[in-house]
Each structure stands twice: as C-alpha cells, then as structure tokens.
Design a binder for this molecule. Structure first.
Ligand code: PLP
Length: 425
C-alpha cells in the first residue's frame, strides 16, 4: 500500500498547532511609552527639538558615534546622508539592486544617478566583488544595506572606497544593533542612515536617524533640512553664509511623539534585541543540516551578529531538493501554518522608474539626465538579484524566546524539506 502523505498541503496535520500569542507582536509598548508621549502631547511639544536632542545624545552613546541627527523618516535620513557626502549633479552612487527604494532613489533629486551592483547569494547584501568594475570618475559613494538584519561585509567595501576616494553610506534600516567584527553597524562607513518607523526592529513611529563621526557631513545634513538648527553654531566655514534657510529646501525635523517613544524604546532595545537573537538562532539551530534550506546569519565565530533580524528570511537551495521550485516549497510550508513567501524587495534595476521615467522634465529618463553614457541595466545584467524569488523566503520573526512554539515553526520547514519528493511534479 502507498504510504499516506503527512504534509498538511495533502491533508496531513499541520506542524503549527499552538496559538502564537504575542510572540510576533511588535513594537512592545508599555505605560512607559504612553507616559512619554502624553508628556509631549499635553504640553504641545510635538514640533520642538528638546526631546529629539536628548534622544540623539542617548542614541550617540548607544551606537558610539559623535554626531546623531534625528529626521522625520529613513528616506529623509538617507537623502541627507547623500547630500552630506556632497553627492550632486552628474554624480553616481553604487547601490545593491535588491533593497527598499529609499536606499537609492533620493539621489535623483540631487541630480545624481545610481549604478546597481549585484548581491551575494549567501549574505543577500551587496557583493563586494561586484563593485570595483562599476566605479568611474563620476562615482561618489557606495550605499551598503545590511539586508534583513545581516551585516554586510564591510572590510573589502571600505578598502575599495578608500582606494577610490569614495564615501560609504550604510543603510541600517534592517539591522539596528547589528555587529560587524565587533563594530556597531552604522559607524563603520562615513555615515549611517536608517529608518526607525513602526515596522522596523527599532520601532519608534515615523522617524529616521543619521549617524556620523564627520562634522562636515553632520553639518551639511543640518543645513539641508533643519533650518531651525542651521545658525551661528555651524562650524563649517562655507556653510555659515547661508544659515537660517534650509539649503536643500526640505524640512526633515523629527516629530517629538516619535523621539519620546524613541528614548523609551532605546532603553529596552539591547535586551529585546538579545531575546530576538536568541529566539531566531534557536529556530535556525533546529534546522541545521536540513537539505534545501540554510540560515541567513553570519557564521558563529565571525564576531558579527544580526541586528534586530528585521524582515527575517532564509536561504533556499533548490539543487538540494531536485530543483523543487521555491514557490511550491513555500506553499507547502504555509499549509503547515507558518509564514513563508518567496523573495523580499524586487530588483530595482528592472523597474520603469529607473529606466524610462522622466521625473523632472529633462526630456529623457531621469536616471540618465546628467549621464555621459547609458548606464541602464537590462534584464540579465544582475543575475543573483534577478533570481531573488528563487533564493530567499520569509520566515517567522520571533520576538520572544519560547522554545516549544518556535519548534513547531521549525518543524513546518523541516517537514516540508524532508518530504520534498512528494511535492515534485
Ligand atoms: C524602511 C527602509 C527605508 C526607508 O525608511 P522610511 O522610514 O520608511 O522612510 C530605507 N531603507 C531601507 C532598506 C528600508 O527598509
């Protein structure tokens, strides 16, 4: 008699049976957050900067950088970081194609453009070996994204940047508190910029943060979008003459209901992040050696660790499962009761906004507005990025270490991987 399938997709019992409770709930909001918000709200302090400046000081101490500037979102922090690095008309930045659009797109409004690099199939961060051949006289900066919490390989990237006199902007929106060889992410490049909106691992509302040890970058960011701070205190000589009005014409002030929440969230972040890491590492430890799936985390002895584990994903190796498509694998895992969707951000270089859209009326695609050559990257040019839907899948993002529940989710993945033959057509 033929053995009856145990996979839930064929009618077997689901691997995930327990109610997850609040294991996925985020952010954790307590009376401490509520009191901090009400204090600002009741005195009408929403548009001030006193709370934000305290938050900046505490954040600077926490991350270990000289200067921290609160912004109204991560996009504006990245925009300010680019302006801080003097990215301007005709300049090029190099950025991974698989990322959220704000890692690259703000360069358009500076008159600059982007050349995309491919990602590494194990880190899902920019591939350090795919950068150098893209550098031209116009290249000004490399944008590094610590993708889904994974610390990008900064040493070779910093080496390339120093040899070619380029700035490095770290987009830390996915990886607050992450460590690269003992160093906090965001403090390794010339400037770090990050979102801290409610969905991220450091979740404080709608807000962004810029960090740097470079006074000029910091003061240019202030001049760009913080007119109320752009005054007599500015030390960079050429910036002094324009004080009082925002050089970029933007207003990027952080809302103080967010900075009030930020101060409370930051106080608890290391402890909460440590529990996330413990829970997520336990999930992957349970799946060590299971064919077809592989943890997206740095090796244990590397001195590096995930930060926050935002948008947790796993790596897929279809060749270990006789080519079973990830879409089918994921469907079977979902039937077991766990989250599992193929891909994450789509590759930006294929989107029409980077190919045909004339945003500002230049009479040609904005990507090429100030270019001396056609830098567009057609389908097939960045193979790993374009394969992202076959390469990674979402996994549950546990906020609490509850081994019995986590094991049920790990079992969902194990069960499908071990019974993959039933899914082959
Ligand atoms: C969320 C995110 C941003 C943008 O942040 P907002 O606060 O939404 O403006 C930038 N980069 C990455 C990688 C992100 O995930």
């Amino acid at each position: 008699m033929e053995k009856k399938s145990q996979l839930a997709i064929f009618g077997g019992p689901k691997a995930v049976q327990s109610n997850p409770g609040d294991i996925f709930s985020w952010p954790i909001i307590t009376k401490e957050d509520e009191d901090a918000v009400l204090e600002v709200l009741r005195r009408g302090g929403m548009s001030g900067i006193d709370v934000t400046q305290k938050f900046e000081q505490e954040f600077a101490e926490w991350i270990g950088a000289k200067y921290v500037l609160g912004c109204n979102n991560g996009t504006s922090a990245l925009h300010s970081a680019m302006f801080g690095c003097k990215i301007g008309v005709g300049d090029e930045i190099i950025c991974p194609s698989v990322t959220y659009w704000a890692s690259a797109l703000p360069c358009f409004s500076l008159g600059a453009t982007v050349v995309f690099a491919d990602i590494d199939p194990d880190t899902i961060c920019i591939d350090p070996n795919d950068i150098e051949h893209r550098i031209t006289e116009r290249t000004k900066a490399i944008v590094v994204v610590h993708y889904c919490g994974y610390p990008a390989d900064m040493d070779p990237i910093m080496d390339i940047a120093r040899r070619h006199n380029l700035k490095v902007i770290e987009d830390v929106s996915h990886a607050h508190g992450g460590i690269y060889k003992g160093r906090k992410l965001g403090t390794i490049g010339d400037v770090g910029a990050m979102s801290v909106m409610s969905g991220k691992s450091l979740a404080i509302g709608e807000a962004g943060i810029l960090v740097t040890n470079d006074l000029e970058i910091y003061e240019r960011a202030i001049a760009f979008g913080h007119y109320e701070r752009y005054g007599a205190n500015i030390q960079t000589e050429y910036l002094k003459q324009f004080a009082g009005l925002p050089m970029g014409g933007y207003k990027y002030r952080m809302h103080q209901l967010s900075s009030a929440v930020g101060r409370v969230q930051l106080r608890h972040y290391d402890e909460r992040n440590a529990e996330i890491l413990k829970a997520m590492n336990y999930f992957w430890d349970l799946l060590e050696g299971v064919p077809g799936i592989k943890a997206h985390r740095p090796p244990k002895d590397s001195g590096s660790s995930m930060g926050g584990w935002y948008a947790a994903h796993g790596l897929y190796r279809s060749e270990e499962l006789e080519g079973l498509p990830l879409s089918r694998f994921a469907e079977a895992v979902r039937a077991e009761g766990s989250d599992c969707s193929p891909g994450c951000n789509f590759p930006l270089h294929l989107h029409p906004l980077f190919n045909t859209c004339d945003v500002y009326g230049h009479g040609k695609p904005t990507r090429l507005a100030h270019c001396d050559r056609d830098i567009r990257q057609p389908k097939g040019s960045l193979p790993v990025s374009e394969n992202i839907y076959n390469l990674i899948y979402s996994i549950p993002w546990f906020k609490h270490y509850r081994p019995e529940i986590i094991k049920e989710y790990a079992d969902a993945f194990r069960k499908v991987a071990e019974n993959y033959k039933e899914l082959l057509v």
